[in-house]
Design a protein around this ligand. Sequence first.
Ligand code: 8X3
Length: 255
Amino acid sequence: MAPAAASRIAVVTGASSGIGAATARQLAAAGYRVVLTARRKDRIEALAEEITAAGHDAVAYGLDVTDRAAVDEFARAFRTVGVLVNNAGGALGADPVATGDPEQWRQMYETNVLGTLNVTQALLPALTGSGDGTVVILSSTAGHATYEGGGGYVAAKHAEHVLAETLRLEIVGTPVRVIEVAPGLVKTDEFALTRFGGDREKAEKVYAGVAEPLTADDVADTITWAVTRPPHVNIDLLVVRPRAQASNTKVHREL
Ligand code: 8X3
C-alpha cells in the first residue's frame, strides 16, 4: 500500500550497507521519503544520491544511534514519521562465555539494544503523530535461540526481541505497530567481517558450502512486505532463514 502523506517518511538506521541500505532502496521504491542514517555519512550521501537519481526520494543524516543527544536533535526535525526501521547493530566476536570480552558485550548491548531504544523513544511521538506509525526492529534468529559462541550477540538480540514484545504491549491502542523481523544466515559485505575483526577467512567460514544464504535484498523484501500491509495488520514477528538453514546450528553445507 502506498503511504499516506502524514506517514510517508521512513527512517532507516544503519543504512550505509547491507540490510539497511537494501531496505532504504526498497522502501524508497515503495513510495516512502527515506531518511538514511548511519555514522558513515559519505556512504549514505552516495546512497541518497543513487536513490534520488532513480526517481525516488531520499536524504542522508549522519547519526550515531548510541549518542542520545544527537538522536534527540535528529528527532526534533520531524513532526510526523511513518516508519522507523531499527537496523543499526551487529556482532562482535564469537568467543565462548568463559572467555568472551566484556567490552565487546558492552558495545553490542549499546549499539543493538540502547541504539534501538534511543531512536525508538525519540521518534515515538512523531510515529504516533503520523496516525499510522510502524516501528520495525531487526532482531535475529539469535534473538530466539542461542548457539555456542553466540554469547554477547545472542544476549543483545534477545534483549531487542524483549524490547519489541514489551513495547507492543505498552502502546497497544495507539496508532503504532511494532514489527520484529528476525533473519537467520544472511550474507552481506560486512556482518561477519565486522564480527571477526576483519579476518576474511573466519568470515567466509560462516557461509562455507551454503549454496544460497539470504541476501540483504531478501531481508529488505521481507521488511518492505511487512511494512506495506494495511495499517491494521501487525506482523508481530517474522523469522526468515535460507532454505539450507533449519536452525541456528543446523545448516546444510556442501563442502
Ligand atoms: C545473524 C544470525 O546466526 O549469525 O543475526 O547469529 S547469526
